[in-house]
Design a protein around this ligand. Structure first.
Ligand code: AMP
Length: 112
């Protein structure tokens, strides 16, 4: 298994897990870009948002709700951001869908 996030989901490489559900896992980004930087990934390998179909709608909803609960748990009272990079123009560097949950400082807009 070569996908690094599949290996984290499988417990083959360590990660700091902050929350999980039957179909997703949330863990801290190894190179945090904000005081809170959590990644939420589906347990199923999906290379990018391009791979989504209507069959994934419930899973995607669960992940967005999970992001809101994580923001609460992290006490991101000033707000937070969810980011999902898809494809090279967006700078996607790991080919397994992941949602960044960022907060804990003013994040600025637009992103670079
Ligand atoms: P992206 O550039 O949107 O594809 O985001 C990939 C993210 O995965 C980056 O923020 C990396 O820091 C993060 N990352 C890569 N490897 C690991 C790992 N082993 N554990 C936690 N986060 C990772």
């Amino acid at each position: 298994m070569s996908c690094i996030f599949c290996r984290i989901v499988a417990g083959e490489i360590p990660a700091t897990v902050v929350a999980q559900g039957d179909r997703w896992l949330a863990f801290r980004d190894i190179d945090a870009k904000a005081p809170t930087h959590v990644l939420i990934v589906p347990r199923e390998h999906l290379a990018s948002l391009h791979a989504l179909t209507g069959a994934h709608a419930m899973l995607m909803g669960e992940i967005v709700v999970a992001a809101a609960r994580i923001a609460e748990a992290e006490r991101l009272t000033g707000g937070f951001r969810i980011v999902a990079n898809a494809g090279p123009d967006a700078g996607q560097s790991v080919d397994h869908i992941h949602f960044h949950v960022l907060g804990g400082r003013p994040l600025g807009w637009p992103p670079g």
